[in-house]
Ligand binder design. Structure first.
Ligand code: ZN
Length: 460
């Protein structure tokens, strides 16, 4: 027997250890792991001396071509491929009407899923979708079964903005989420508290971005999380708190995990590596919601990632231009920042080089846990039989991040000028290289839609 590829002499990073081992790839899957002498002959041999061999990163929170974010699938997933990300979950937005809407009329969740699948045809990486419920229309419950049949086994809800849902409706969604055994993904900020504080800052003329964090404080995030998690627990629904930014909100998730549990949460690379001083240094560029917090929150996020209250690190990638961000008043800025291309090197550098965590910790937070949490059964590991999504990563190479390298349509980086040690050298998706030494080497459309199974949170 001959296999397609053997990657030899590298150090494999699994969720719990480092392994000096070779890895054989055949037909898009990982065929075997072991001493090279025990592996079958291969058509191609790659010498990974000095490199870490990681599973492809699974990013469960991205915004690409769908609502506001400027990135097309080709641009956004090129950035992902260059950053070692091989799978992502984007959003299928139930169309609504209103000031923040891009649609002329309301649409259904199932239509949104079909629309986004279609848009994803130029994807370079494998992608899936969360269904975003934006209106309090119980008709959505009648299409849930069909949405799940399309491989969309998670729904997202907001507690803020005009798409924010009332607790009563969220509670109702949880009932169906529990019934269908899928996952509810929540953006939690108490809208009334945020609105009051925003109005006060406006009245006081505090228009510089340095004031922005005061408009969406940590307690507003924690309050809304508290209500949502409590309802999820009462209904028996699986709950996933996205972009947890603060110690207070992470504490809430941890508290509700005592029963052992249906509560999980993520934070994002930027919340662990930047703090609110970035609004002084970069003006509106890092404006996103919730805001960047304090150095103490960063420390707490790492503690909670380590102890399990949080278990995933994502990007919340959202592409805007510097022009979109250059505004007189912070409240006129677009919200969000791009991060797909830099997330792995920036988080790796922070976690491993600056804070002393092991590369396995990075693999748990960015590969294994997101895959397991969202039902990507073939992703996030180097286990034989799963997809050969592999990143060759040089832990010793240092470089300086600059937006000049961006594949995203976004023309700035919130990490501009940051020197990191650790660089993505090559990214494989299902056995084929898609990015090599900073260049895209696959054709748009190589990435496929992944129909996800109902996530099993019992099987750890
Ligand atoms: Zn987001």
């Amino acid at each position: 027997m001959t296999v397609d590829l053997v990657i030899a002499n590298g150090t494999l990073v699994t969720p719990d250890r480092l392994l000096d081992s070779a890895i054989a790839v055949d037909d898009g899957e990982i065929a075997a792991v072991g001493d090279e002498r025990t592996l079958p002959a291969a058509d191609e041999r790659v010498d990974a001396s000095g490199l870490l061999v990681l599973p492809g990163v699974v990013d469960p929170h991205v915004h690409i071509d769908g609502y506001l974010s400027l990135d097309t699938y080709e641009a956004g997933t090129s950035a992902a491929a260059l950053g070692g990300i091989t799978s992502c979950i984007n959003f299928a937005w139930e169309a609504w009407t209103g000031d923040l809407s891009i649609w002329d009329e309301e649409g259904t969740l199932l239509e949104a899923v079909h629309r986004q699948k279609e848009k994803g045809q130029k994807s370079l990486i494998d992608f899936s979708l969360h269904g975003a419920i934006t209106r309090e229309d119980p008709a959505v419950f009648d299409e849930l079964e069909d949405v799940i049949d399309e491989g969309v086994t998670s729904v997202k809800m907001f507690t803020a903005y005009e798409i924010g849902l009332s607790n009563g409706f969220i509670d109702h969604v949880f009932e169906h989420v529990a019934d269908q055994d899928i996952v509810a993904v929540l953006h939690t900020e108490d809208a009334s508290v945020c609105n009051r504080l925003e109005a006060r800052l406006k009245a006081e003329g505090k228009s510089h971005p340095r004031h922005y964090p005061q408009s969406r404080p940590d307690y507003a995030e924690a309050m809304a999380a508290e209500s949502a998690v409590r309802m999820a627990q009462e209904q028996g629904a699986k709950y996933y708190g996205i972009h947890t930014t603060s110690e207070k909100a992470a504490d809430v998730l941890g508290r509700y995990q005592d029963d052992g549990s249906r509560v999980r949460g993520e934070t994002c690379t930027q919340y662990t590596t930047l703090d609110e001083s970035a609004y002084e240094e970069q003006d509106s560029l890092p404006i996103m919601a919730p805001p960047l917090r304090t150095p103490a929150d960063q420390d707490a996020l790492f503690e909670h990632l380590y102890n399990g209250a949080l278990s995933v690190v994502s990007t919340d990638h959202n592409a805007f231009t510097r022009a979109d961000k250059t505004v007189e008043n912070w409240w006129d800025s677009s919200f969000g920042a791009n991060g797909l291309q830099t997330s792995l090197p920036v988080f790796y550098d922070e976690a491993v080089n600056r804070r002393g965590y092991s590369p396995s910790f990075v693999v748990r937070m960015m590969c294994a846990n997101p895959a397991q949490t969202f039902g990507f059964t073939e992703k996030g590991t180097l286990d034989p039989g799963t997809d050969a999504d592999i990143v060759l990563f040089d832990p010793d190479e240092s470089y300086t991040i600059t937006a000049a390298d961006n594949a995203s349509i976004s023309d700035y980086s919130i990490y501009e000028g940051r020197e990191v040690t650790g660089r993505v050298k090559r990214t494989y998706l299902r056995g084929e290289p898609i990015a090599d030494d900073g260049e895209i080497v696959a054709d748009p459309g190589y990435g496929e839609f992944v129909a996800r199974e109902r996530p099993d949170w019992e099987a750890e």
